[in-house]
Structure formats: C-alpha cells, structure tokens
Design a protein around this ligand. Structure first.
Ligand code: SF4
Ligand code: SF4
Length: 94
C-alpha cells in the first residue's frame, strides 16, 4: 500500500527550536481512523502519514503543539496531550 505524506518543512526555522525528547504526546486510535488524511493536510509539522488507509505519527520532531490535528479529525481518532515538561516547541517570541 502507498504512503501519503507531505514534505515542505525547512530544516531550520529562524527563532524556532524543539527541545529534548517530547514523549508520545500525539497518538492515533487505529480503530477510529478511516484514513481521510485531514490530519496530514492540516499538520504544518509533517507529523503524520497515511499507511494502509490509516494515519500514523511519523515523527513529532517538528510538532508545533497547535492541536489542529485533534481539532479537524472527524472521527475523534487523535489523542493530543502536551509534551513532557521542559521539552517541545519553543520560539523566541514567547
Ligand atoms: S483526520 Fe482522523 S480519521 Fe482522518 S486520517 Fe487523520 S486520524 Fe484518521
Ligand atoms: S499538534 Fe499541530 S503540529 Fe503537532 S501533530 Fe498536530 S497538527 Fe501537527
């Protein structure tokens, strides 16, 4: 089966950094997911891919903790939590 993923994120973003090992703070519930790919399209961090008609988290390395994936999922198949304290997305703007 094919894999659908978007790749548009630059390697370096001025004023933005990601700290440490965040943990598994975004997850997909397989049983609820129908593979619609809304999460893939909305995620600017390229965190998801579709494999065998199911979404899966490919990497949270560029997650911006926006929760858009959770918001748009029509099947309520995404669990969003915050990363472990002191880790994750940081910007120079607060
Ligand atoms: S938006 Fe929800 S139902 Fe659609 S592919 Fe992503 S996790 Fe699955
Ligand atoms: S919280 Fe935002 S950046 Fe992180 S996986 Fe969801 S849509 Fe992508």
């Amino acid at each position: 089966m094919g894999v659908l993923a978007l790749e548009m994120f630059p390697d370096e973003v001025p004023g933005v950094d990601w700290i440490g090992v965040t943990g598994d703070f975004v997850r997909v519930i397989d049983e609820k997911c129908d593979g619609c790919a809304c999460c893939v399209r909305v995620c600017l961090g390229e965190c998801f891919e579709i494999h065998d008609k199911k979404a899966r988290v490919r990497s949270l390395a560029r997650c911006m903790e926006c929760a858009a994936c959770w918001y748009v999922c029509p099947k309520e198949a995404i669990i969003f939590n915050w990363p472990q304290g002191g880790t994750g997305f940081r910007t120079d703007w607060g």
